[in-house]
Design a protein around this ligand. Structure first.
Ligand code: URA
Length: 238
């Protein structure tokens, strides 16, 4: 199959299409031994030899799409500079080089997707597609209607308004409140910062859904393949 060079590189998991264009323009990519800087270059995945910084890059022979229930205390990185456990310690099949689609904080648990399809990862994480992410927050004390209103409007942190959120109180047992928070952008530590802004400590933060993909009853620390329908949900988004 032939495709644009930036799409090819992104599918190989090099970076997003935009970043791949920068890599091409920087003269780091060669096709059949010749450096190319033309962004409309088309390559054939079977017959062309593509290299980035002198290293051959190839499309995986098979794409894998997994969902994981990440436990608290695992880093979303291939190798943690502080030597902490990573989510890849939990993946049984170590023969395929997978990467995580977006991130969850070290102390956040719940749904994270893993794949070796760079294009898929770009689609799921690209802000322009606005895929919803739903979190269940267990926060200390009572989260009142006024707090929810502030979260809905978008809290202001250091003069910057955080994106609006759909929030719903699921329950309060006299000590802890459970709140469903749905956002469609993913700024760093967004949910934690939102709750910090309303003065509530988070005891547990758990992601339960991305788009139409639900965590469901997947056990903590386990992975399972995404269904065709789940994969198609994201692919049809483009
Ligand atoms: N928001 C956060 O604050 N942390 C996460 O891990 C995910 C969303």
């Amino acid at each position: 199959m032939s495709m644009r060079l930036n799409k090819f590189l992104s599918s190989c998991g090099i970076a997003s299409r935009r970043k791949c264009e920068e890599i091409i323009l920087a003269g780091r990519v060669s096709v059949n031994g010749k450096v190319v800087s033309n962004l409309s270059t088309v390559v054939n995945e079977k017959s062309d030899k593509v290299e980035v910084d002198g290293n051959a890059v190839k499309l995986p022979s098979q794409f894998f799409y997994l969902k994981m229930n990440k436990p608290k205390g695992y880093a979303c990185t291939a190798s943690d500079e502080r030597g902490r456990k990573t989510i890849f310690d939990l993946v049984e099949n170590k023969d395929v080089r997978l990467f995580n689609v977006g991130r969850l904080d070290y102390d956040t648990e719940g749904l994270i997707l893993l794949t070796n399809d760079g294009e898929f990862a770009n689609i799921v994480t690209h802000p322009k597609y606005h895929f919803e992410k739903e979190y269940i927050v267990t926060a200390e004390g009572e989260v009142k209607e006024g707090d929810l209103a502030v979260l809905r409007k978008g809290v202001v942190i250091d003069g910057e308004r955080m994106p609006t959120a759909r929030v719903k109180l699921l329950g309060y047992d006299g000590k802890w409140s459970k709140v469903s928070v749905v956002i469609d952008e993913g700024q760093n530590h967004q949910v934690r910062r939102m709750f910090e802004a309303i003065g509530k400590d988070i005891k547990l933060l758990k992601r339960v859904r991305i788009g139409e993909v639900h965590l469901g009853g997947l056990y903590r620390g386990r992975t399972k393949p995404m269904t065709e329908k789940e994969i198609a949900f994201f692919k049809k988004g483009i």
